[in-house]
Design a binder for this molecule. Sequence first.
Ligand SMILES: [Zn+2]
Length: 363
Amino acid sequence: MVKKRIFCIVAAIVLIGGLAALLYADSRGDAGDRNKQGTAQIRAFIYHHFGKQDKYPSTSVSVKQFRNHLEYFKKHDYTVLPLGKALDRMYSGGDLPEKTAVLTIDDGYRSIWENAVPLLDKYGYKATIFVPAGHVGGDNYLSWEKVAGLQEKGHEIGNHSHSHPYFLNSDSGEIAEAFEADLKKAHALFRRHLGEVPDLYAYPFGEYHPEMFAVLEKYGYRAAAAQKSGVICPGSEKFALPRFPMNFHYAEMESFTEKLRMNALPVAGVKPESPVVSGENPPRLRIRVADSGIDPGGLQCFVSGQKNCTVKRSRQEGALVIQVRSRDKLDSRRTLYTITAPSADGEQWHWYSHLWVVPEIAE
Ligand SMILES: [Zn+2]
């Protein structure tokens, strides 16, 4: 009896010891991964037109501005990668240099070939070019020959839909269907002209919806890019990756380098997930920030760049919960709530943006 009890006690100690060792190893592993992931960040930029600022001021950069960006990367030892390669390295935990930048170009305009490609060739940088398949070959757009030529040069081609529609104008519950129908049309063209279908997607007008995520997953897409400013990190929603938009104004060096110095705000949960404003307007955003490396006291919020919002902070199960709401009704089709916070040591800034879309408002 005594022997049996001793055996039980010894067994229990061994078991508890083993469990503790396992948990310890696990927690170390988690912390190790978190640290590794914490440093993995990608600053991605969106360009549209090059050298067309008179005609398209909100989506153009000048050739000089673009050259300045590439020169800055070179001078400051940036690693410039196509989006797919940068994501591969980030998700595999492989070698992703701290100074990694991604150049993405949406819409497939002709000025890419005329004004951007000669500079990309000169500097040896590869970009990710998202083309709306149904527009290729049209006035002002690249031809399929040129798209294939870009691919031959080592640039990455992504899908930017077939006909660049406003998918969120479909009723909720019908978005996935409209999206899938357009996706299939685009795939047929990609297959015919390039012999393959891209595995990266960029939403027309950056307007995404969680209903689309399952469709992209079904067709084997690895990731999708939105048009909300922010830094990509392992915790980013892979089907709504943030990118900093570049235009004549934002492409000036002060604004551009500010984005390069930004860090991701480590967001662990977002409510609501959908950007569609349905119900109360102005909408309420609730985000959970898991990391304690930021100074909540220095938190700021912006509505389309203006400090016109209320912020509430609270603590829940060790996480910081931030609630943001615009003071005014959102009266544009697309609005960004942006939250910035200094790091705990005050040395760096963290950034997160959430997109809101009011589909009833036409552009
Ligand atoms: Zn577009």
